[in-house]
Design a binder for this molecule. Structure first.
Ligand SMILES: NC(=O)c1ccc[n+]([C@@H]2O[C@H](COP(=O)([O-])OP(=O)(O)OC[C@H]3O[C@@H](n4cnc5c(N)ncnc54)[C@H](OP(=O)(O)O)[C@@H]3O)[C@@H](O)[C@H]2O)c1
Length: 322
């Protein structure tokens, strides 16, 4: 079958290790099922894999891709939950299983004609969502859902700041946060992306690092080093940073004085559980919220999608279709 793989690691030139071509078909063990992929979406995770973050060379070649929507062996339209873990070992939440992995880390990912997953990881695709829309949800939107509704402690009407408005998780935070009744503020380095964040439903937008009209209840962080100092300054006393990524670097000055004096909280968040993905699908059905897709490309043109993500020119998700 045709697949997009990581063939080798190159920290400086991730595209050098991107392989497009034939790959053996999956042979699912007991309890696993093969899904015919109709759409799969790109995440920064796929670029990190090519750079060697979160994976070692002995796992290569491996098919990239965490997200997919497709059709299972019985003809049912499904969304694939990407977290492979044992909820029983972790209080019912597989994201806390120390042995958990995402598709494309230990098991082949979704950038292929077919992908195998544990049967438990298949959820019915709501008819209201297209395959392209559904394929955006399992990583970026699920991560945003958990940040907003499980980890932020915020109630509707609270004010939150989303850093780096153009990213996949950031656009998800704006769309879902708005649909849930939060007051959503967003920053971006680019004026054009600020405009588009307003179109998505942000209430106000600001250039990266600029002074805000008032302090916010929580900051949603995916950018890391480049925005960390601003995030700390943006919070009201007792406020909370929820962080799921550090695209621009992972070791900013901690500014511990500010953290304890203002009694701030820093809360990590990673992916979400199968239950949360099910609620996210229903949330989209109920509210009419839909993922923002920057572009959809045939999987054979995956290289163009990766290049756009690496250059930071995206606003929303890249979806590969089959
Ligand atoms: N923990 C998890 O479960 C989880 C899940 C999903 C993603 N993540 C992580 O979250 C991060 C974002 O993922 P994504 O897929 O949303 O990536 P993405 O679509 O590539 O988002 C990148 C965005 O970050 C901002 N940015 C990048 N470099 C910056 C810099 N130097 N200064 C300021 N802003 C910068 C940009 O916003 P502007 O251009 O608008 O300023 C850009 O649009 C990644 O590090 C990813 O690994 C983690």
């Amino acid at each position: 079958m045709f697949a997009v793989t990581a063939t080798r690691i190159d920290a400086d030139d991730p595209l050098a290790g991107l392989g497009l071509g034939e790959h053996p078909d999956p042979s699912p063990p007991d309890g696993w099922e093969t899904v015919t992929v109709r759409a799969a979406s790109l995440n920064h995770h796929d670029v990190w894999t090519l750079r060697g973050v979160g994976i070692s060379a002995d796992r290569l070649p491996i098919i990239l891709g965490c997200d997919a929507a497709g059709v299972d062996g019985t003809g049912r339209e499904v969304v694939v939950h990407s977290v492979i873990g044992d909820p029983g070992s972790a209080g019912g939440d597989e994201t806390f299983d120390p042995a958990r992995s995402l598709l494309s880390e230990r098991y082949d990912g979704t950038f292929a004609e077919r992908v195998m997953v544990p049967r438990r990881n298949l959820l019915p695709k709501p008819a209201a969502l297209s395959f392209e829309e559904a394929a955006c949800l399992p990583t970026a939107y699920l991560t945003a859902y958990r940040m907003l509704f499980s980890r932020s402690g915020l109630e509707p009407g609270s004010t939150l700041l989303v850093q780096g408005a153009g990213g996949g998780v950031a656009t998800a935070l704006i769309i879902l946060g708005r649909a849930a009744g939060f007051r959503v503020w967003a920053t971006s380095r680019s004026e054009a992306k600020q405009e588009r964040a307003l179109e998505l439903g942000a209430d106000q937008v600001f250039p990266a690092g600029s002074r805000l009209p008032e302090r916010v209840d929580a900051v949603m962080e995916t950018v890391g080093e480049a925005t960390w100092a601003h995030s700390l300054r943006a919070l009201r006393p007792g406020g909370r940073i929820v962080i799921c990524g550090a695209t621009s670097g992972q070791v900013p000055p901690a500014e511990l004085n500010r953290v304890f004096f203002l009694q701030l909280s820093v809360v990590g968040s990673t992916m979400g559980s199968r239950g949360e993905l099910g609620r996210l699908l229903r949330f989209c059905e109920q509210t009419g919220a839909r993922p923002r897709i920057d572009r959809a490309l045939p999987l054979a043109q995956a290289r163009d999608g990766f290049a756009a993500m690496i250059s930071g020119e995206l606003f929303g998700k890249v979806v590969f279709t089959l």
